[in-house]
Design a protein around this ligand. Structure first.
Ligand SMILES: NC(=O)c1ccc[n+]([C@@H]2O[C@H](COP(=O)([O-])OP(=O)(O)OC[C@H]3O[C@@H](n4cnc5c(N)ncnc54)[C@H](O)[C@@H]3O)[C@@H](O)[C@H]2O)c1
Ligand SMILES: O=C(O)C(=O)C[C@]1(C(=O)O)C=C[C@@H](O)C=C1
Length: 366
């Protein structure tokens, strides 16, 4: 008989994990969610085999529990694990973006049947809910594990095995390491993105054409400001100590940049930008995670009916398989830039050659 994985919270993250685990077929996937409509959709999409009536009755049937709810609810469910009588061992993980309070709560679990290993799949979206869930969401992404003090190496190996259909790359960190690093590469950038949008909104009052000028750069850097505000409120509050300290450092740095500009110090300004460029260019661009990417080409197309279709036809004619295609929101209504992603560098280069032979302007980012 198959073992049972229970997933509490079937939104973007829980739904995506459910889809990938169920597709492997090794486990019976039991789900629950506070929203009846989400449960209905999870069954309809084939993300789960079955919906359970409530948290406790589901947990009593489960061998593995994945808690994928907003962080305050995750803490509440973890507390309930002490009140439930379990007849078999239960390996528990979560998906929370901040680990401090979660791991604190994990150390308060006294139920001898329960072992807890914190989890954080480092991929997501600015969209939310089961509607946005995809079985391949975590492919090639980093998946951080933070084992509680009672978890041993075998437990870590087992949770990796259960989560392996997600095709992520696992890294084990302490809670502190996790919360500091995610503050730097995820939480603080989000805060800055939202602040840039506020700044534009204020200027809009006196510059009504401003929103028409909001092109590539602004849209790229602020995409994440369109994310779920409730989720990000929780993340900011859960990681506030690290974020406040980073804000202090950032304000000091901005003071220094302000001085460079006030003094018209061209050399130091260029150096500031150059150092940032070097570090940014050196980031591992072929991996998903902080900077998601396959092998991409950028194609300039004119905003005419059929323009997109022609590009796809040229590639399909030569049997090139496209992994993803996206129209970047730049210069809307004039020309469009297509980002086309491929699985391999060979397909990337071959596609450039084919499209250039049809007079398209094609760029590969180095
Ligand atoms: N969105 C991301 O990019 C991302 C990435 C990695 C991790 N996370 C973490 O994943 C968790 C879930 O975020 P999400 O993006 O999937 O959000 P989501 O809103 O898409 O999904 C959350 C789901 O939890 C359900 N829910 C809420 N309260 C519940 C309760 N008491 N019992 C059962 N279900 C309940 C909601 O109905 C919803 O379906 C958060 O803890 C977040 O920190 C998010
Ligand atoms: O791609 C996005 O939209 C995300 O915001 C994903 C992202 C990130 O910052 O990288 C956001 C929060 C999660 O905890 C993990 C991943």
């Amino acid at each position: 008989m198959k073992e049972t994985v229970m997933i509490a919270g079937l939104g973007l993250i829980g739904g995506s994990l459910a889809m990938s685990i169920r597709s492997r077929g090794h486990f019976h996937v039991l789900g629950m969610d506070a929203q009846d409509e989400t449960c209905r959709l999870a069954l309809e999409k084939g993300a789960v085999d079955e919906i359970c009536d409530d948290f406790i009755s589901g947990v009593q049937k489960a061998d593995i529990l994945i808690i994928a709810t907003p962080i305050p609810m995750t803490l509440g469910y973890m507390a309930q694990l002490n009140e439930v009588h379990l007849e078999k061992k239960l390996l528990v993980t979560d998906v929370s973006s901040v680990k401090g309070k979660v791991m604190n709560q994990a150390e308060k679990i006294t139920n001898p049947a329960v072992t807890f290993i914190g989890g954080h799949p480092m991929a997501g979206s600015h969209k939310q809910g089961i509607q946005a869930a995809k079985g391949h969401l975590f492919e090639n992404a980093i998946y951080v594990l933070t084992p509680a003090s009672t978890a041993d190496e075998q437990d870590v190996a087992r949770i990796k095995e259960v989560l392996s259909p997600a095709k992520a790359r696992f890294l084990v960190f302490t809670t502190e390491e996790h919360d500091e690093m995610t503050a730097v590469i995820s939480h603080f950038p989000h805060l800055i993105a939202s602040s840039l949008v506020h700044q534009a909104r204020n200027w809009q009052k006196t510059h009504p054409f401003l929103e028409d000028l909001a092109a590539g750069g602004f849209r790229d850097i602020t995409r994440i400001a369109s994310s779920n505000p409730v989720l990000w409120r929780d993340i900011f509050l859960q990681n506030k100590t690290v974020l406040i300290s980073m804000l202090d450092d950032w304000l000091t740095e901005m003071e220094q940049v302000r001085t460079l500009l006030a003094n018209s110090d061209g050399a130091a300004t260029e150096n500031y930008l150059l150092e940032a460029k070097h570090y940014r260019d050196g980031l591992p661009a072929r991996r998903k995670g902080a900077i998601p990417s396959f092998y991409d080409i950028y194609v300039d197309i004119h905003d005419q009916p059929g323009a997109l279709l022609h590009v796809i036809e040229h590639l399909a004619d030569k049997d090139i398989s496209i992994k993803n295609i996206e129209i970047l929101e730049v210069r809307e209504g004039i020309t469009g830039v297509l980002r086309i992603s491929f699985q391999s560098s060979k397909e990337q280069k071959e596609s450039r050659r084919i499209l250039e032979s049809h007079n398209y302007e094609v760029t590969i980012e180095q």
